[in-house]
Design a protein around this ligand. Structure first.
Ligand code: AMP
Ligand code: MN
Ligand code: MN
Length: 350
């Protein structure tokens, strides 16, 4: 499959494969550090947040680890996750804030309060191509398969050994963001780092079993309820998940349906989407959109255009409105993107 030109508008000159000196200096000078990752945390969010905590602790710093949402049960094995606090556990004053694995400030949710927290610097460490450079210090590397991969490089730059709990945390993010070393961005750096982390004591077998090979029965019940209406049109396959269906199946609110990754494996599809309806406490309805693409197609462009973000093969956004309002326009955008990427490919390789 020929490569697709990604985000012609992105300023690639700001991306770095090594930690910039100003990040290393800010970490060395700080004592108290507020560490944050993204709402609806996945394995890379949990792994990079707890990994950063162990790294800072090894340097004699005092980290506070914060997340807007609770840690999903599947990640309760990650060492240090029990130290993660919610918005109420975050104080007003630190020497430095570091945000990991989040592409835009809204992804931090209410744990970052700009009114008070903008009085000290915010450093951003992330691998999303859609990153908006929202801090004062940035290290953004979309060539990294996971933020945990970047933290392994950071630990080495700061002479912190990749061993013990730090190794377990970082291997968790490597495994989950690469779907068990299967995504197209799984390069030799990832495999070499995984070997180092395993040599440092990380348990690959446990991580794979806990994160990739387990799901609650309620989730399978939900799949059985929504799959009868799965639709495939013009190379785009999608399902809608109503809140009433999620509740009837008994799936907790913070659980990721994981269906987009399954649907993109359908042979006739190039792009998949799940549309999950959420009715907020104030009655407002929104739709969480989750996209996946086969190699050569870039769904991060559509997610970014709708105010979200992500990676070329996996991206998402949240839109106000009911599924009836949201789904037709997003599906149309995904189909238009697919047509334009097929046409570009045709031009490049007639
Ligand atoms: P998911 O489909 O939830 O597994 O997310 C796939 C990718 O898209 C991840 O890298 C997320 O960080 C990103 N993503 C998902 N939803 C959003 C959103 N609302 N805003 C920004 N990025 C998102
Ligand atoms: Mn993530
Ligand atoms: Mn990630």
């Amino acid at each position: 499959m020929p490569p697709t030109e990604l985000h012609p508008s992105v300023d690639r000159s700001r991306f770095r494969t090594e930690p910039p000196p100003e990040l290393l200096a800010a970490i060395q000078e700080a004592r108290t550090v507020l560490c944050i990752s993204h709402v609806g945390p996945d394995g890379d969010a949990i792994g990079s947040l707890t990994g950063l905590g162990w790294l800072l602790q090894a340097l004699g710093k005092a980290p506070t680890l914060a997340l807007a949402d609770p840690v999903p049960e599947d990640f309760h094995f990650v060492p240090g996750q029990e130290r993660i606090v919610g918005p109420d556990g975050v104080g007003p004053v630190y020497d430095l804030a570091i945000c990991v694995d989040a592409s835009s400030p809204d992804r931090m949710g209410p744990v970052y309060r700009p009114q008070v927290h903008s009085r000290f610097p915010l450093a951003v460490i992330d691998h999303h191509v859609t990153n908006t450079f929202f801090g004062q210090i940035h290290w953004v590397d979309p060539s990294a398969a996971a933020t945990c991969q970047m933290l392994a490089t950071l630990a080495q730059a700061l002479d912190v050994p990749l061993a013990g709990p730090l190794a377990e945390c970082l291997l968790t993010g490597l495994v989950t963001d690469t779907l068990g070393f299967r995504t197209s961005n799984t390069d030799t750096r990832v495999l070499a780092t995984a070997i180092q982390l395993m040599e440092g004591g990380a348990d690959l077998n446990q991580i794979v079993n806990m994160t990739l090979r387990r799901r609650p029965f309620a989730m399978v019940r939900l799949w059985s309820m929504v799959l009868p209406t799965v639709t495939l049109e013009e190379g785009v396959i999608w399902v809608v998940i109503r809140q009433s269906q999620r509740e009837a199946a008994g799936v907790p609110e913070n659980a990721s349906p994981g269906l987009a990754g399954f649907l993109v494996e359908v042979r006739e599809a190039d792009i998949s989407a799940t549309f999950t309806e959420r009715v907020r406490e104030n009655g407002q309805v929104e739709v969480e959109c989750s996209f996946r693409a086969k190699p050569g197609f870039d769904v991060s462009q559509v997610a970014f255009a709708f105010g979200g973000g992500g990676h070329p093969p996996a991206a998402g956004c949240t839109l106000p409105g009911s599924p009836d309002q949201v789904v037709p326009q997003v599906v149309a955008a995904l189909q238009a993107l697919r047509r334009s990427q097929l046409a570009q490919e045709e031009q490049a390789y007639p």
